[in-house]
Design a protein around this ligand. Structure first.
Ligand SMILES: Cc1ncc(COP(=O)(O)O)c(C=O)c1O
Length: 398
């Protein structure tokens, strides 16, 4: 029997989904699972988008332009006016989710063995996409004790080599839920300018910032040609299944290369793009109500966590994630045990073990990521269940 590729076998598995077989088994046994493990929002997709889907009668679902439907590119460029991004339609490439935008960015900016510096913990799939693009990730650790603030510019400078092609940030952060400080970002931009690097920023959570205003990296002057922004409708409009995102750059040379990759995969999903267009028609009321809901969940979660003994946690400023450190030796073993051996009132809580969000996996050994994507009642029940689980586990392993 022929064997699958070694690189496929070696590729990092998703820490968000790795425990799913245990969750499925628990469901078959009749236990309810509170899913705090995955960033699948429960907020209803905008009405305009759902109306679009219901009205569909197209007899042929055709290919569209590789760079995306012109009316959607224009709607996205206009949406960015509120971030003073100064975009034209040509700066926006519609992709199959932010996922494809990440891959296109790495393939367009880097050659095999080029290095990209990324603060860790980071969105776990960056590892897989870097593997596919044969790009080396050079991590800089950020720490829970410092609330995962952006490492100092010197830390980046120390890691720059002749192979460094880009600095890659996720702002606001998944899994940290943190928003980088504007001044710190400005200092890092000076490093990017001086060393003539690309600055790639995944901003898919930009609309969910609770304590201070968000400034897009597209609004900084003097690095226009160096910036690539990754975006998506998945989180902002609770439309993960539409598979629509975009890659934004004003660099004409990069655009030309992205265009070739875009043509290779023919076009982004047609219906997903129409749905996205409906979302961008009048986005503000929807976005502000979703943001308020997440803010209130963030506050509740913070209060609920204060009732669990022995954990280390902070108040995240953005997105809908929180990293916490548990009083256990191995958070992954605990998360698995919660699914295989524990229940409280007929239910258990599923979390994402954090080691998969780190390049240096040991740093996340005691940590988990929580996604506050459940309504407040379920969130409360999920955290109470987590607390009870920790109590039982402590007795078991003592
Ligand atoms: C930071 C970040 N970037 C990209 C993605 C992928 O988004 P999409 O659904 O648009 O592919 C996610 C999904 O969770 C994410 O959290």
């Amino acid at each position: 029997m022929p064997l699958p590729s070694k690189r496929g076998i070696d590729i990092a598995a998703s820490p968000i989904r790795s425990l799913l077989p245990y969750a499925d088994a628990a469901k078959r046994e009749g236990r309810h699972i509170y899913h705090l493990n995955i960033g699948q929002p429960d907020i209803v997709t905008p009405l305009e988008a759902r109306e679009y889907l219901e009205a569909q009668k197209a007899p042929i679902v055709k290919y569209g332009p590789s760079e995306g439907l012109p009316e959607l590119r224009s709607a996205i460029a206009t949406y960015y006016d509120k971030f003073s991004a100064g975009l034209t339609n040509e700066d926006v490439y519609v992709t199959t989710g932010a996922s494809e935008a990440i891959l296109f960015t790495l393939l367009s900016c880097c050659d095999p063995c080029d290095e990209v510096i990324i603060p860790e913990p980071f969105y776990a799939n960056y590892l897989g996409f870097a593997d596919v693009a044969q790009v080396d990730i050079v991590p800089i650790s950020s720490y829970l004790e410092k609330e995962f603030s952006l490492p100092e510019p010197d830390e980046f400078v120390k890691r720059i080599t002749s192979r460094t092609k880009a600095i890659f940030l996720c702002n606001p952060g998944n899994p940290t839920g943190q928003l980088y400080d504007e001044d710190q970002l400005y200092s890092l931009i000076q490093v990017v300018k001086k060393h003539n690097l690309f600055l790639i920023v995944d901003e898919v959570y930009r609309e969910f910032c609770y304590d201070k205003a968000f400034k897009s990296v597209l609004a900084y002057e003097g690095i226009e040609e160096q910036v690539i922004v990754i975006d998506s409708i998945s989180k902002v409009f609770s439309a993960c299944g539409a598979r629509v995102g975009c890659l934004i750059t004003k660099n004409r040379d990069v655009q030309a290369v992205v265009n070739k990759y875009a043509q290779l995969r023919l076009c982004p999903p047609y219906h997903g793009q129409q749905l996205a267009l409906a979302c961008y028609q009048n986005p503000e009321p929807y976005i502000s109500s979703a943001k308020e809901e997440y803010r209130s969940r963030r506050d509740s979660l913070y209060e609920l966590l204060s009732e669990i003994e022995g954990i280390n946690y902070y108040k995240p400023q953005a997105a809908f994630y929180n990293m916490i450190e548990l009083p256990v030796d191995d958070a992954e073993a605990f998360c698995k045990w919660m699914l295989t051996d524990f229940e409280y009132q007929g239910a258990t809580t599923m979390l994402a073990p954090a080691s998969g969000f780190y390049f240096n996996q040991e740093l996340g050994r005691k940590q988990v990521r929580l996604a506050y994507i459940l309504n407040k009642e379920d969130l409360r029940a999920a955290i109470i269940c987590l607390g009870k689980g920790l109590d039982s586990y402590k007795k078991l392993v003592q």
